[in-house]
Design a protein around this ligand. Structure first.
Ligand SMILES: [Zn+2]
Length: 419
């Protein structure tokens, strides 16, 4: 073993030196002690004192030394503080009840965001439980200490988790593309709780628009909590209704029209629901054959495609005029499904036209939903809602974008700090 001075240098914990190093069960057990003057800091008030009442060995898992996992041993003092009574001394390299050092926690926390907890646990030589607790502490601290944004636009959306009808409501900041909060159910109470508890009054004051679907409980909650904010209907949801109407036309035209036509329309559902600009080559030809067989389906398809233009106008009267023209074009077409869609859009035209004044970023709404689905797929068995929310926040906020960000999270101590 090298000199203790070298070992202290390698350990790199400011204010501590290595006393002994022993090998025990594939781990290095490194006993450390404070350097210099023996003043201990009270964990209650942060004041220093020299009065020690007792001491007890505690251990922390730490970063590995080359091929060896490391356990630190330190005799933590119980102090007699003039202000707090008997308290333990404060340790700077770990959180009060943690079993791993802060720097190991950072490594585990970062790793867990790109690999399963079980893999991170093996990599760092700790148990699954320790890794999970380290990850939770890592994410909580990140969430607690980062600056609070004041987004102009919020997104209120539902997600379905697992099979069956378990719905959750998600509140997100669609300016920065981050999840803010999560609640069970998709009730008015859930939405109200999100808007009042997960957003501060200062943040609420900055909100000008909320992007959501036409789900009535959500609309009620927004109207009650944010009377000044306007509702902007999510383009994706509006177009989903349009696609459903188009699908009804397909069913009507092909499946209730005898066996020959039915054979013709079989297996075309997904093709038909795709947007024209995303259909390529032979698939386009396939669609054209389908349209040649049924003009009404073609009409309905074109009408659906035109709806995109609802979001291209700069003024509300422009949107209204377009919609009225669209509805007028339906006359004499005998497409009751599309007429119903026209009525539906007309009833919701205010929330569609609100986009003129509040150009929310629909693409961000979509991106958030995609990320949420990816996290949920990976976290299938996760029972802990707080942890799930933290993981969603991390995945959508995407805080590590460069090597420098990573360095900041791993919080590497400069090597010379202990010389
Ligand atoms: Zn104290």
């Amino acid at each position: 073993m090298g000199s203790r001075r070298d070992s202290t240098w390698i350990l790199g914990l400011p204010g501590f030196r290595v006393v002994t190093i022993e090998e025990a069960e594939t781990r290095l057990q490194i006993r450390i002690e404070r350097r210099g003057v023996r003043r201990y800091v009270c964990s209650g008030c942060g004041r220093g004192t020299g009065r020690v009442r007792s001491m007890r060995d505690r251990t922390w898992d730490d970063l590995p030394w080359a091929a060896h996992h490391v356990t630190l041993i330190y005799s933590q003092r119980r102090l007699v503080c003039r202000h707090c009574g008997i308290r333990t001394e404060r340790i700077d390299f770990a959180e009060p009840k943690a079993r791993v050092t802060r720097r190991l926690r950072q490594h585990i926390g970062v790793d867990c965001q790109s690999m399963p907890t079980s893999h991170a646990a093996v990599r760092h030589g700790v148990s699954w439980g320790k890794a999970r607790r380290a990850e939770q502490a890592f994410l909580s601290e990140w969430d607690r200490t980062r600056p609070r944004q004041r987004p102009r636009h919020l997104g209120l959306d539902e997600i379905q988790r697992g099979k069956g009808q378990r719905f959750w409501t998600v509140l997100s900041d669609i300016v920065h593309g981050e999840v803010i909060g999560l609640r069970h159910d998709r009730t008015e109470a859930a939405a109200t709780a999100l808007l009042t508890e997960d957003v501060t009054g200062r943040q609420r004051a900055a909100i000008t628009a909320v992007c959501t679907d036409m789900h009535r409980p959500y609309l009620n909650a927004v109207a009650a909590v944010l009377p000044k904010a306007e509702i902007v209907f999510d383009k994706f949801h509006v177009l989903q209704h349009a696609s459903a109407a188009l699908d009804d036309v397909r069913r009507q035209e092909f499946f209730r029209a005898g066996a020959v036509m039915r054979e013709h329309g079989r297996g075309k559902r997904w093709l038909l629901l795709r947007r024209w600009k995303t259909v390529r080559g032979s698939k386009r030809a396939e669609l054209q054959t389908l349209f040649a067989a049924n003009r009404r389906l073609f009409k309905a398809y074109v009408l659906r495609e035109q709806l995109d233009r609802l979001w291209t106008y700069k003024t509300r009267p422009g949107v209204l005029n377009f919609l009225l023209g669209w509805i007028r074009a339906l006359r004499w077409q005998r497409l009751p499904e599309m007429e119903r869609l026209g009525d539906f859009l007309f009833r919701h035209v205010e929330g569609i036209a609100a986009y003129c004044d509040h150009p929310v970023r629909f693409g961000v709404v979509e991106a958030i939903n995609t990320t949420i689905k990816a996290v949920l797929r990976r976290a299938r068995g996760m029972r802990d809602d707080d942890m799930l929310l933290l993981k969603l926040k991390w995945a959508t906020a995407h805080p590590i974008r460069s090597a420098r960000d990573l360095m900041r999270f791993l919080n590497v101590q400069p090597l010379y700090s202990n010389r």
